[in-house]
Design a protein around this ligand. Structure first.
Ligand code: VGL
Ligand code: ZN
Length: 200
């Protein structure tokens, strides 16, 4: 891979794998393929969903609401999730087989109590930056390969932001797995295609 291409690995954490709090079906089955892909990239970046206890994206923080219901946040509609990826917990840790040693940068997101963050670039208010764009610019990265969990949430939001910021974006669908809530996977894929993201 050219030196201006980076591999961005989204949220390969215990809570998104079978047995975890917000398990994505087959989430663990992509780990070895992602590890192998790391060998082809000179720049590897991981993201880690990283929420304080009582986070506003947790259904348990909203009386009368259950997981996977929608609520209205000051920044717009927000899906409510089971408690997951609580800072420092086993669920927030990377899957034990992920080659974290190969990563040069780990971006943590969702740590502000009142804003969720799906994208590796911007929180769900769409304006609070994580700092990843500045990091990539300073390293001269212009093209991104995305893999990880979940295809229709954190991977899709990251890919859409990356495309909007001007990166060439390729998403390896076989190295992603989806939550697929009420057609969210099909909706995400059509948005990704419309944004010029290459789905391979
Ligand atoms: C994610 C829901 C809540 C993801 C993170 O990684 O796709 N989904 N937090
Ligand atoms: Zn989360």
């Amino acid at each position: 891979m050219p030196a201006d291409t980076a591999l961005l690995v989204i949220d390969i954490q215990n809570d998104f794998c079978p047995g975890g709090a917000l398990a994505v079906a087959e989430g663990d089955q992509i780990v070895s393929g992602i590890n192998a892909l790391m060998d082809e990239h000179s720049s590897v970046i991981l993201t880690q969903d990283w929420h304080p206890a009582g986070h506003s994206s947790f259904a348990s923080s909203h009386e009368g609401k259950g997981p996977y219901e929608l609520t209205e946040m000051p920044y717009g509609p927000q899906v409510l999730w089971p408690d997951h990826c609580v800072i420092g917990s086993h669920g927030a840790a990377f899957h034990p087989d992920l080659r974290t040693d190969a990563a040069q940068m780990i971006v943590r997101k969702g740590f502000r109590p009142h804003i969720d963050s799906y994208s590796a670039f911007f929180e769900n208010d769409r304006s609070t930056a994580t700092g990843l764009h500045g990091y990539l610019q300073e390293r001269g990265i212009r093209s991104l390969v995305l893999t990880g969990l979940a295809t229709d949430f954190c991977v899709a939001y990251s890919a859409l932001d990356a495309a909007r910021l001007g990166y060439a974006v390729e998403l390896h669908e076989s190295l992603c797995r989806a939550i697929d809530l009420d057609g969210s996977l099909a909706a995400a894929k059509s948005q990704l295609r419309a944004a010029g993201v290459k789905i391979s």
